[in-house]
Design a protein around this ligand. Structure first.
Ligand SMILES: [Zn+2]
Length: 533
């Protein structure tokens, strides 16, 4: 079997990071990067196509925040910032971490709010500020060894917005400041009581046609494996995700050498990922809905080969846990933590019922518990994501791991192991103590135990993900950063221990009980014909 060619891998990285450093969705650099990838994949024997779609894009601007009676602060716009609070001086108030609770006793109406990193996701911070009547949001970047500006977007809507989603876009202007800038404003609030700030125009938002590369290798009509990563990036975006695209190209070349695997392969390089929030992968799901029934698993390659990546975090669907952990162990890649797939990166596939894997550098995020988001490496999604952060040896190792995982997914007859799913569901039902579900469980458990591979396993994965794998249900992409995804199945997060505001917990648990009811009934009918319909 052909292995990873270090020189080729590093040449791909050099090309993306030095010749196409500004790969925003729909930009000239992104188009050149996509053409380069297409050329390399075609040369390796892949069938390459560009698939068009349209989404609401946003380009952020470098700007400053003027502070009355003090110096200007460097800032960068937050994607999808609206003009609402820009161009005039606004009173500033401190809204803590920007969570709902942090607004207790704070009158934000018509004002600019200063929010710290941590707590809710950036889209949620903006959404809450908008609901509280604020006109502008100033997001302080997290502390970092060098001053850096967090690059973020406030479109919480996942994928291309639908008509009903347009109401969920926060109507506030928003910028990010350095951590030091945020500290300065807090100090001024403490010293003076009243502080006024003026924000410039922060973002250019418009619908744009985009195109993304989707390549195929091997049999077209068979089961297939989807390998993917995002080509568009925040600038300079070297470890997020020039390293990932380089790794995918080299993985693709090595996979195409030697005997053709029994399963087909797809390799997608998304656009509209960063600012546009997984627009490319979400558009792909919609366009390939029927075909995705034949997809056994997806493997997301995001941010390999960087500083802090000696140990990794494995994101996985539960039925792929056994397989993924054994490959990591065999490859000698030290695992810091194993987590359910979060509603981040390009996790667009739960609603299509496709289980997946992703391996990312662990950094110092070890020790966070369910319900907390994993802290990213400090330079990720900042203007400091440069070539200095790359560790070539780790990039070679991570690419070899991606290749190994892809080979196993494309060749091994049995991929799924539903035993951990069975254990989790059994424990959940025992805790819930619902007599009718407990009575129905043994037949459902038998159905789960009876499938290992082929159409039956794919069907069970689809049932699981369709009933428990999302919050909003089948056909709905949940919001970016949805905290329910910290639990094994977001659809039953509160049965698995997620907290909720008083009065909402009981109805949430009842809804979740009904999801289990749906799942168990679907599994029971499978037991009669284990290969599924
Ligand atoms: Zn990324």
């Amino acid at each position: 079997m052909v292995g990873i060619d270090r020189a080729r891998l590093l040449e791909h990285l050099r090309f993306f990071s030095t010749e196409t450093p500004n790969r925003a969705a729909g930009s000239a650099d992104e188009a050149r990067a996509a053409d380069y990838a297409a050329e390399n994949l075609r040369a390796a024997g892949w069938r390459v196509a560009f698939e068009p779609f349209e989404t609401l894009t946003s380009r952020v601007r470098e700007t400053v925040v003027s502070v009355s009676g003090d110096r200007d602060l460097p800032a960068v716009g937050i994607g999808y910032a609206t003009p609402r609070g820009s161009g005039r001086f606004l009173d500033l108030v401190d809204a803590g971490d920007g969570s709902l609770a942090a607004y207790n006793g704070v009158d934000a109406a018509g004002k600019a709010v200063l929010v710290a990193a941590g707590g809710p996701s950036v889209p949620d911070k903006s959404f809450i500020a908008h609901r509280k009547g604020a006109a502008a949001v100033l997001l302080a970047s997290p502390p970092s060894p060098e001053p850096s500006l967090a690059l973020r977007a406030q479109k919480g809507v996942w994928g291309p917005p639908l008509p009903e989603d347009l109401l969920d876009l926060p109507d506030v202007t928003a910028v990010s400041l350095t951590h030091q800038g945020g500290q300065r404003l807090r100090e001024l609030l403490r010293l003076r009581g009243r502080v006024q700030v003026r924000l410039g125009h922060a973002a250019e938002t418009l619908w744009r046609p985009l195109r993304q590369l989707v390549a195929r290798f091997g049999p077209d009509e068979a089961e297939f494996v989807l390998l993917h990563g995002h080509l568009d990036a925040w600038s300079p975006g070297v470890t997020d995700n020039a390293t990932g695209i380089a790794a995918l190209l080299e993985t693709g070349r090595a996979l195409a050498q030697g005997p053709v695997p029994p399963r087909g392969l797809r390799l997608a390089l998304w656009t509209g990922h960063e600012v546009e929030e997984a627009s490319g992968s979400a558009a792909f799901v919609e366009a390939h809905w029927a075909e995705l029934r034949r997809c056994v698993a997806h493997l997301n390659v995001d941010s390999p080969g960087c500083e802090g990546g000696e140990r990794v975090i494995l994101y996985r669907s539960l039925e792929l846990r056994t397989l993924a952990s054994s490959v990591l162990a065999a490859e000698g890649v030290p695992l810091a933590r194993e987590l359910p797939l979060a509603k981040e990166s390009d996790n667009s596939f739960a609603l299509a019922g496709v289980p997946g894997l992703g391996v990312v550098p662990a950094g110092e995020s070890v020790g966070t518990s369910p319900g907390q988001r994993v802290a990213p490496l400090w330079w990720m999604h900042t203007d400091r994501d440069t070539i200095e952060r790359v560790r070539p040896d780790l990039l070679v190792r991570d690419t070899a791991l991606a290749l190994k995982l892809a080979r196993v997914l494309a060749r091994r007859p049995t991929l799924h192991d539903f035993a951990p799913v069975q254990d989790l569901l059994h424990d959940t039902l025992a805790q819930l103590g619902d007599p009718s579900l407990l009575a129905a469980w043994p037949k459902a458990a038998k159905a789960l135990a009876g499938v290992r591979s082929g159409e039956g396993a794919r069907h069970v994965s689809r049932l699981l993900l369709a009933t428990l794998g999302t919050r909003g249900g089948r056909l709905h992409q949940d919001r970016y950063g949805d905290p329910h995804y910290a639990y094994e199945y977001p659809g039953i997060a509160h049965l698995l221990g997620a907290d909720a505001p008083e009065h909402t917990l009981l109805p949430a648990r009842l809804r979740e009980r009904n999801r289990l009811d749906d799942l168990i009934h679907a599994l029971q009918s499978l037991e009669a014909s284990p290969d599924g319909p």
